[in-house]
Ligand binder design. Sequence first.
Ligand code: PA5
Length: 500
Amino acid sequence: MKTDFDKIDAKARELAERLGPVTYNSDGMFAPTGGGATGPFATAETHRRALESAHAKLAYLLESRDESKTVDPLSFLDLRDGGDDRRGLPGKPVMTGWLDYAARILAKPAFLRGLSQAGEKIRADFQAFVSIGIGGSYTDVEGVITALNPAGSPLPVYYLGQHLSTDGYARFFREMEALSGKAAVTVISKSGTTVEPAIAARLVLERLSSMGKLGAVFAVTDPARGALRETAREEGYNPPAYITPEIAEEFSVGEDIGGRFSCITPAGLFPYAAAGVAVDELLYGYHYGVTAGRETAANQAALRFAANEAGATDLVLAYNVSSLRGKILAFRQLWPESTGKDGKGLNVMEEFYTSDAHSNGQLIASGTRNIMEVFFFTGESPADFPIPRSAHDRDRLNAVAGGLTVHDVNNRFMGALLLDHRRSGVPVTAVRLPRVTAFHLGMLSGVEQLATAVFGLMSGVNPVNQPGVQGYKEIAQGLLGLKGTGAQDKAMGELRAFGL
Ligand code: PA5
C-alpha cells in the first residue's frame, strides 16, 4: 500500500514531468576551453573535492530529521537554534523542519482545502490585504505573490513592517482613505517581539480602526509562545469564520523552522491563499526541490564553494523579468543570513538586466575578479509582444521583427551577458524556469534553501540560526529605552559621539 509520502512524491514527480522542472546548467562555473579567461573558476579537482564534502554535509542535514538521532542534546548542534556563528545551543530545536514540512502539510488535505476557502472568503469580504512582517516573515511573501501576479494580485496586497520609512506609511494610509471597503490585516512574526512589525501593527490597527476600514485581523507566530500569540488570543485575532479548526491546528510557524525557511508554513501560505496563489502546487514544487532536487542542490553548493575558495566572494543573482525581483531579494536574504558567519560567507547582489548592464555591468565585466553569477532565465513570459516592423528600418531591427518577441530578445540579451561575463572571468550558472508558476517557484526555493544549508555546513558555520541579526535588535531596544534607562543612556551616549 502506498503511504501518504509515496503519493505526495508521485504527485510531485507527475507535476514536474507535466510542467517541466527548473534546471541548472553550471558548465560555465569552469573556465571556457581555449584559455584566456582569468577568474575564480572551479576546476575538475576543486569541484570533485567540494562535491565530496557537499554530499557528506547533505547526508548530515538529512539525518537531522531522524528523531532517534536527535535525542542526544549534542547531536546536530550545528543545526540548532540560538548559540553563536558555528554552533546552536544544546536543548534548542534542530531547525531543519523545512526539509519535510511540505510533505507533512500536503498530507493534510482538510488544512489545504480550509486555507484556500479562507483565501476565497477574504477576497470576497475585503478590498485589501495588509501583510506585516520583516526578514523571513516578509521577503518570500512579497516575492511569491508579485512573481505570480505580474499584473497585480486579485486582492491588492500591501506590505508593511519591513521598514520604518514614514513616506511608505503616508502613502499606505492615503490609499487606505480611498479604499471603498475594509482591509484584512495579518501580522507575521515568529518571535512576536520584532520591533519594526510591532510598530507597524500598532499604527495600522489603530489608524484603520479609526478610519472604519479595519476588517479581520490575523497573526502567524510561534506555535507555543511569544507576545504575539498572547495578543492574538486576548484580542480575538484569527476569527474562526476564516481560521476554521482544521486550519487553526497548523496555523503557526513550526518551532523547528526559522524565518527565511518559513515560506512553506502559514507565514507564507496564508498570505498566498489570500492572494489566490495555488498553495498546493507551490508545496509540491518545494517538496520536489528538497527531494528530487537534492543532487542539484549539492552540486550547486559544491560549485559555489569551489568558486568561493578560488576568490569569488560575491554571488550575483541576475534576472530579466521585473516581477521576479521580490523572489530574488528573498534569495539575497537567504544566502547571507545563512552563510555570513564567523568571518565567512558570500556577499549577494541582485542585478536586473538589462537595466543594470548599463551600470554595474561594467564592474562585473571588468572590475575586481571576485564575482560568480547565477542567471535566472524564464522560458515563457505571461505577457509578450512581437517586435513591430518599421517602414524606414533605420535601427535595422526588421531583421527580428515578426520572428522574435520582446521576451525572446530579453533572453538573448541576458544570454549575451552570461557569455560575456564568463569570457571576462566570471564563473556563471544558467537556471531555467520553463514558466513562472507556483510549482516552479516552490522548486526553486527548495533547491536554493538546501544548497544554502549545505554550503553553510561546508564553510563550518551553522546555516539555520542568525545570531548576527540579534546585535542591532538589542542595541535598538536599548536606544528606545526598552531595556531600562541605564542601557538607554549608554547607547545614546555612543550614538551622540557620531553627532546623531
Ligand atoms: O530568517 C530569519 O530568521 C529572520 O530574517 C527573521 O525572519 C526576521 O528577523 C523576523 O523575525 P520574526 O519573524 O521573529 O519577527
